[in-house]
Write a protein that binds this ligand. Structure first.
Ligand code: SF4
Length: 384
């Protein structure tokens, strides 16, 4: 009896927003730690490392779909989308998802791949190297391969091992540091220390792999707000990562941190406290040359991004302009922003007057500051 041909591959649940057009290759499932108090992502699943053979089989399916899709590329480089997607009619739903991901990837250049899931470098380096080599062999248009890694795991990988990964094609590592404060890291049960963050960051940078770290303004709560920013700045200064990505903290109601909030052990930061943390981070990372990236709608002032070297003044003046607004105007902007109506404070001018009246009425009716912070957090839950 002949074995049924594999026609689908695994697709995991997460990728950074910057990898929206990347091909997703799942080499692991879940997270090795799974205990961060603010994270409910893998609550119901354990960590799995897939065998090299099974990952190679997934890559083979991707390569076959790439061959199939390429038939629909015209000589001038454009795509016959209608004909390419007509293929979908002959496929199962799962096959469609897999084919479409490869097709969309090719249309977007076919260059970037993201290795899923939450902590893929927990797998032995030799295994990842083997997968990377095979991936590039089967899909030669690849130019950039990135993945997620926990700082604690990353700190145990040597410079030589990182060099082997780079040689095999790994270009960038994303790591959710969240904070550089040991007190904050311990409070959120991150399972890492700032020393591990620094070791990991330095090793990655030394091997020539790009490093993208995530900072969560507000994750230390009111009590540790300033420390969260200052200690993160210390870690950023020690490493000088290529990217510091801002992910403003949202306390979701299915997490342990939410329970801490309900129990009064964790106090939500206000929108302005969280923004002040970003200001402190920028002010205290002089000498760094990486990019402060704000690629998530969850950040209050999403346009505050740029080079930590050359754009610091511009970024600080944007924050300053917001803080110079009358307090009530700030409050209206927070509400409009968290309701998905505007991006920048100036956008308020474009809202119809009846809508502005409604916003002002609601903003005026909530005078308790803690209740307001809770309401903003509730609205932000809609975005993640
Ligand atoms: S390391 Fe990342 S994926 Fe794992 S529990 Fe923490 S936040 Fe969630």
């Amino acid at each position: 009896m002949t074995e049924k041909k594999q026609t689908t591959y695994r697709i995991g649940p997460i990728r950074p927003p910057s990898e929206a057009n990347s091909l997703l290759l799942q080499i692991t499932g879940g997270c090795t730690w799974n205990r961060c108090k603010f994270c409910g992502l893998y609550k119901h699943e354990g960590f799995r490392a897939f065998t090299v053979e099974s990952v190679k089989a997934d890559i083979d399916v991707m390569a076959e779909y790439a061959e199939l899709a390429k038939d629909y590329q015209c000589e001038d480089g454009t795509w016959n989308k209608r004909a390419a997607l007509e293929r979908l009619n002959q496929m199962t739903q799962e096959e469609r998802n897999c084919y479409y991901l490869v097709y969309r990837w090719l249309v977007n250049g076919g260059e970037n791949v993201f290795l899923q899931d939450g902590n893929s470098l927990a797998v032995k380096t030799e295994r990842v190297v083997e997968v990377l080599r095979y991936l590039r062999e089967r899909l030669p248009s690849i130019r950039r391969i990135t993945t997620y890694g926990r700082a604690e795991t990353l700190s145990k990988i040597s410079v030589e091992q990182y060099k082997a990964l780079k040689e095999a094609g790994l270009s960038r590592i994303h790591s959710g540091f969240e904070s550089g404060s040991d007190r904050v890291l311990s409070m959120i049960n991150k399972g890492t220390t700032s020393e591990q963050e620094i070791t990991a960051g330095k090793n990655i940078r030394e091997a020539g792999i790009e490093l993208s770290v995530y900072f969560m303004p507000g994750i230390g709560g009111k009590d540790l707000s300033e420390e969260n920013a200052m200690e993160t700045a210390r870690v950023v200064r020690a490493i000088n990562p290529d990217f510091v990505r801002i992910r403003t903290a949202v306390v979701k109601d299915d997490t342990e941190l939410w329970q801490d909030y309900l129990d009064g052990k964790f106090k939500l930061c206000s929108e302005n406290e969280k923004l002040m943390e970003i200001k402190l981070l920028i002010e205290n990372t002089e000498g760094c040359t990486g990019t402060l990236a704000s690629d998530h709608i969850i950040n209050l002032l999403q346009e505050v991004h740029g080079s930590l070297d050359t754009d610091r003044r511009k970024m600080l003046s944007m924050i300053e302009a917001y803080f110079n607004l009358p307090e009530f105007r700030q409050k209206i902007f927070q509400l409009a922003r968290r309701s998905g109506m505007v991006t920048r404070p100036e956008d308020l001018e474009l809202l119809p007057s009846e809508r502005m009246e409604k916003l002002a009425h609601f903003a005026g009716s909530v005078t308790d500051e803690l209740l307001w912070d809770r309401k903003m957090n509730d609205l932000m839950m809609n975005f993640i």
